[in-house]
Design a protein around this ligand. Structure first.
Ligand SMILES: [Fe+2]
Length: 281
């Protein structure tokens, strides 16, 4: 008897012209891995994919992450989900560090190969209008720049310093605290990241301290001007969370941030990550 293989098809719809798609497949279809390749492809094009109320359990999120690439273990959590909360009682060690996540950034600026993507799920949302996650598509923003700006910035290098981002939320740290942050190190990265496939994205955010060899006023104008442009309405999307939602963003071609919320409101998210596959150049 002949058997007819039914092929799972990716079901998706655009959120905004330059960023974001909603994935409408069932949990079972996603976990089958049949459309993992198409999801990866779409992620690279759209910057962020939203899985509305997919309600993955921790184990399902880990399993789904593994269909897309290499699972990147984090801290004490190994190959499990990593909790994210500003609540110091639930997460004493990282609540302080997470304050920096309220400003546009990309993850892993001190790594030669930054992570490919983050998958973030909502267990407990903050009150509506707070605690959204913002994502900006820096591939699309680069593409939209005037040709002369592209030429001006294509070869520039930027020093990224995680300590610089501390000043966003603590303007007058004591020297001990500053030195503690400085131990995290710095990195020189391209302002324009040319990827293997020839596409280009902008590497910006609150860790971007200065452009190498450029006057400091001009440097600040470039870094803040480009960040302002890349995170403007046409290229950005702000996800308002419902319990059970999951989003994935392409860390190599986006900036992201958490929007402000009350640290004591009980907001609880879990995250998994995909190992990077391409070094900064
Ligand atoms: Fe982050």
């Amino acid at each position: 008897m002949m058997s007819v293989a039914t092929k799972t098809e990716l079901k998706h719809e655009e959120i905004k012209p330059n960023i974001g798609s909603r994935i409408l497949n069932s949990k079972e279809e996603l976990l089958s891995g049949d459309i993992a390749g198409e999801i990866r492809e779409l992620l690279g094009q759209r910057g962020v994919l939203v899985f509305p109320e997919i309600n993955f359990t921790d184990d399902e999120q880990v399993a789904f992450t593994k269909t897309l690439g290499n699972f990147a273990p984090e801290g004490d959590h190994g190959e499990n989900v990593h909790p994210i909360t500003l609540d110091v009682e639930k997460n004493p060690s990282s609540a302080e560090y997470l304050k920096g996540s309220l400003y546009w950034h990309l993850d892993g600026v001190r790594n030669t190969v930054p992570i490919l993507a983050s998958l973030l799920s909502c267990r407990v949302p903050s009150p509506k209008g707070t605690g959204n996650t913002g994502i900006a598509n820096t591939y699309a923003a680069y593409d939209a720049l005037p040709e002369e700006t592209k030429q001006e910035i294509d070869k520039l290098r930027v020093i990224h310093a995680p300590w610089a981002s501390m000043f966003y939320y603590e303007p007058e740290p004591d020297i001990r605290k500053l030195k503690g942050f400085m131990q995290a190190g710095e990195a020189e990265l391209p302002l324009v990241w040319e990827h293997k496939d020839g596409r280009k994205s902008l590497v910006l955010g609150c860790t971007a301290h200065h452009v190498v060899g450029v006057d400091h006023t001009k440097s600040a104008e470039l870094l803040h001007g480009l960040r302002d442009f890349a995170t403007s309405e046409p290229f950005s999307y702000s996800h308002e969370w419902t319990a059970g939602d999951m989003i994935i963003w392409d860390n190599t071609g986006t900036l992201h941030r958490a929007e402000a919320y009350d640290p004591s409101c009980g907001r609880m998210m879990v995250r998994t990550k995909l190992e990077g596959e391409e070094p900064f150049n």
